[in-house]
Each structure stands twice: as C-alpha cells, then as structure tokens.
Ligand binder design. Sequence first.
Ligand SMILES: Cc1cc2nc3c(=O)[nH]c(=O)nc-3n(C[C@H](O)[C@H](O)[C@H](O)COP(=O)(O)OP(=O)(O)OC[C@H]3O[C@@H](n4cnc5c(N)ncnc54)[C@H](O)[C@@H]3O)c2cc1C
Length: 344
Amino acid sequence: MSALAHYDAIVVGGGPAGSSCAARLVEGGAKVAVLDREEFPRTKLCAGWVTPEAMADLALDPSDYPRRFLTFEQIVAHIKGLTFKLSTPQHSIRRYEFDDFLLARSGAEVHRRNVKNIRRENGHYVVGDEFRCDYLVGAGGTRCPVYRSLFRERNPRAKELQATTYEHEFAFEWSDPRCHLWFFDKGLPGYAWYVPKEKGWLNCGLGGMAEKLKARGADVKTHWRHFTEVLRRKGFVVDADYAPRGYSYYLRGDVDVVRIDNAFVTGDAAGLATRDLCEGIGPAIRSGHRAAETILTGAEYRLDDISSFSSDHAAIRGLLEYMFIRRKTRLRARAAVRAGAPGA
Ligand SMILES: Cc1cc2nc3c(=O)[nH]c(=O)nc-3n(C[C@H](O)[C@H](O)[C@H](O)COP(=O)(O)OP(=O)(O)OC[C@H]3O[C@@H](n4cnc5c(N)ncnc54)[C@H](O)[C@@H]3O)c2cc1C
C-alpha cells in the first residue's frame, strides 16, 4: 500500500500561472494541490504592471479586487532625451497582495513544499516522495523544478535571452500617478521603470539583457545608481532609503516543448515573458488556463499563439527587440536539440 496522497493534478508554484491553472481545475471538479516553497503572501520581485487583458482573462473586475489597485491613463516613455506620452489605460498591483489573493481565490489545496524530486512511476508522477498525481503542471517560475527535471534537456534556455533586473518596492507618497519608462539610458540594454501603486507605494527598478550588459562591462548596480540619480534630479523620488534586490529570468524564445506526456510547463517555467517589455503576468495566466483546459477536456496544449510581444506596434516591437536582444539571436543549442528530438 502506498502512503502517497493522490491528486488528479499537482501544480508546482502558486504564482499567477499556478493559481490560474489551479482555479480552472478546481472549477472543473478536479482534485488539485498547489505546492509552493514559500508561505503566502510572499515577495515576488516585479514592477506589478498588469494589462487590462490580463484582468479580463482573470475575470477580475478592478472594483471587486480588494487590495491596492491603480489605473494609469498614461505611460510616459523617455528615450534618449525625448519624451512620448502613450494614452493607454494600464494597471498596477502589488505582487505581494495580488498573488496571495489569486491563490486563495483559486480554492485549491495549498501545501508549503520546496519541490526537488519528481519521478514517473506506473503512469503517475511522484512529487517529493509524498504526493502522486495523474497530471503535473510546472508553474514554478524561471527555476521551476518541473522544467528542470523533465523539460530542460528537450528545451534548453538560451543565454542571450536571460534578463537581469534590480528593483525596490517601498511605501512612498508619490506625486506623479503615471507610469514612466526610461529606455536605453546610459547604454542599458533594456529599461528602467517608475510604477506607482495605490495608497502610497512605489516600485522603481531596471532590467536588461544579462549577456549584453556584461559585454559592455556594465552591471545593474551601476545602472541603478544612475537611475536613482535621475529620479532624484527630476523630482520623482528626492529622498529614499533604497534596498534594491536582483533577480534574473528568461524571456520568450521558442517554447515548442511545453508538454511531455501528462506534464506541462506554464508561465516563466515555459519562458513566456515578452521580448519587448519582459511582461510575464498575462502570459502566465493564459498558459495556466490552457494547461487546465487540456487536463479537463483533452484540448491541445498550445502556447505558440500567445504573443511574444507586449506592444501591438510592429515598429516599437522591432526597435525594442533590436536594442534588447541581438537581432540575429541564434538559439543553436535549442535548434540542435529540437532537430534530434521527437515532437512533444
Ligand atoms: C523585477 C521584475 C519586474 C517585472 N515586472 C513585470 C511587470 O510589471 N509586469 C509583468 O507582467 N511581468 C513582470 N515581470 C515578469 C513576471 O514577474 C513573471 O513573468 C511572472 O511572475 C511569471 O509568473 P509565474 O506564475 O510563471 O511565476 P512566479 O510568479 O515566479 O511564481 C513561481 C512560484 O513558484 C514557486 N517555486 C519556485 N521554485 C519552487 C520549488 N522548487 N518548489 C515549490 N515552489 C517553487 C515560487 O515560490 C513562486 O511562488 C517582472 C519580473 C521581474 C523579475
């Protein structure tokens, strides 16, 4: 007799991908558990910009969301001394609150576990010698153990698509309620952001492609010093006790091996953040929903039609991709593996 607890599906990771997947599975009557190594609410480094499309995918009316929520009517882009005002209503949340809200709303059983061991046994997956399931969903972000155990060999990540970030979110009485983005300042192969949140919170940070940054002999800490000086000089943040932290993750490359047998990868585990603005919350939600639908209905699990870009504007996409990532990104290792690998 096995002492393993059996579930229809286990979702590893309780971020937006995991909670969206779990919510759909629970709705569909599946017995599902979410395993996350952190106790929620937990800190997730993120600017917390959320698109109206992501809110619609979550069927979440802003007026029903009980935590901090701000809508900016404008995004102000600063590029090489020029300023462009884009009138496009977008939202901000605090991930600390948002992820906790979504996970609780999912109705799934949640266990705090740092998942390390995953094995296939008699047609099931055994997770951490404690849980057994028919379907396994990897939603553990860029270092997802499901990706590492089952997908990495078939779908290796490309170094040139690694983004490195540095940011700080803190209580601050901001006066400009718009979102500001500074592109390519001081040769940053990416951008810096100022994202205000409701009721006196602010997230400031920057991100760029790690390989390009290194090739330029630069690092995020040097750019951070420059950026906070810009914030001070322009009067956005004159005085702050910054305690920034860094995090790196992979941007959208080819994501063709996203299912192997009954195991799936979603969100950052599948490398879905966009190539222009590195936005990953929306793609995480969408992929989580799709994995659940596949489990419930047998529908095909496809992510290739989830856009690789945040902007619909071809010129903006092209420019940002060119500046962030080498235009001739050659994913040689992946192509070689794919050429020899059977389709998923
Ligand atoms: C600095 C920064 C700013 C960003 N800003 C934005 C933005 O403004 N808007 C936007 O759309 N995107 C942004 N992104 C990207 C966005 O944060 C991610 O794309 C998004 O969080 C992906 O969601 P996910 O559910 O796939 O993974 P995550 O949100 O990373 O969730 C993964 C979960 O898995 C858990 N986990 C990991 N390993 C294990 C393990 N071994 N066992 C159990 N659990 C585990 C983690 O604790 C975590 O809770 C930003 C990213 C960074 C780093």
